[in-house]
Write a protein that binds this ligand. Structure first.
Ligand code: UDP
Ligand code: MG
Length: 321
């Protein structure tokens, strides 16, 4: 029985890598039998000639499908759009910069077919030439995320993954508009197995993610997967209220009951003031919890806008939900 497998690749400033990637994909995929392939490239508003190269590939090979975003929406969103567009028994997500070796694809498929797991994730065993700050940041991020989200997020797992159709169908039902692709995938559960590979340095071009973008992604994933930052305000309020409340009680007792005049009325007023600030912070923390929930529900914007689709046949773009 022929299975269809879609390979989803987000593309941002990859003009120098795409031909090479396509070639290596070709070489890797011919080794797997009984599979109809689909290469879905999502051009995430690349300012370079990535789209031109993609058009060229799409004109030559009907299996190359292209989704062109109206602007840069970020890798997570590009992956989401690619997975939404895939109609296949399994979807493999990978980067365009050849840090995810196409040669691993047969292994992924083999593992998927044999283990019966719905997700085959990859773990990188080493990264050549990754800046220290980047490594520390990435480890710290996964440590923090798995602490506060309660999800099993292994550090060093990558976005190079195979998803069974069941996972993809479940993903389509996720109505959340947060672009945390990997976070949502982890949240959904399913059976997962790991395959190891050695990650190389990116072939050409520069890493599209700046530290600023990575930080923004980290913050948005933390806020969307936990109410921790909102709770922090409340906790701070509780702390301030307790401390200053205790101090205030002590001051008032010593002033009125013990008749000691160590504390001036002004000092007492200042502490009383701090006490009320604590109460206000607590109330704000409480309110922001509700606002946070409403906020995520209310933003009714589509996650991405597509300018053009190539080789998807004449059918209109499927509604996102
Ligand atoms: N990418 C994207 N949109 C962006 C940034 C990156 O689609 O805004 C793609 C990029 O083309 C590549 C993948 O995401 O295929 C990973 O990007 P990069 O290599 O820059 O990130 P890193 O390997 O450092 O995680
Ligand atoms: Mg990369």
């Amino acid at each position: 029985m022929i299975q269809t497998i879609a390979i989803v690749v987000p593309v941002f400033r990859e003009e120098k890598n795409l031909r090479n990637l396509y070639q290596r994909l070709e070489q890797a995929t011919v080794q797997v039998h009984d599979v109809a392939w689909e290469y879905i490239f999502v051009n995430d508003g690349s300012p370079d000639d990535s789209l031109t190269v993609l058009r060229e590939l799409a004109a030559r090979d009907q299996r190359v499908k292209v989704i062109d975003f109206s602007r840069n929406f970020g890798k997570e969103v590009a992956l989401t759009a690619g997975v939404h567009a895939a109609d296949a028994d399994a979807v493999i997500c990978m980067d365009a910069d050849l840090q995810h070796p196409p040669e691993l694809i047969p292994t992924l498929i083999d593992t998927w077919r044999r283990s019966g797991a719905e997700i085959v994730a990859t773990v990188r065993t080493g990264i050549d030439k990754q800046p220290l700050l980047r490594r520390i940041g990435s480890h710290g991020y996964y440590w923090l995320m798995s602490r506060i989200s309660g999800l099993d997020m292994m550090s060093q797992t990558t976005d190079f993954r195979l998803f069974d159709r069941k996972v993809v169908d479940a993903f389509r039902g996720v109505t959340e508009r947060q672009p945390m692709f990997r976070g949502i995938m982890d949240w959904m559960g399913f059976r997962k197995v790991y395959v190891e590979f050695h990650a190389g340095a990116r072939e050409a071009g520069v890493a599209g993610y700046s530290y600023r973008q990575l930080l923004r992604l980290a913050v948005s994933s933390i806020t969307s997967f936990s109410l921790f930052p909102l709770r922090l305000i409340g906790y701070l309020g509780v702390l301030i209220t307790l401390l200053s409340g205790g101090l205030l009680t002590w001051m008032l007792c010593s002033y009125f009951l013990l008749g000691q005049h160590m504390y001036t009325p002004l000092a007492i007023v200042v502490v009383a003031n701090t006490f009320f600030i604590g109460v206000v912070l607590m109330a704000m923390g409480l309110i922001s919890l509700y606002i946070g929930t409403i906020h995520t529900e209310v933003i009714n914007r589509p996650l991405y806008i597509i300018r053009e689709r190539l080789n998807f046949g004449s059918e209109a773009a499927p509604p996102r939900r």
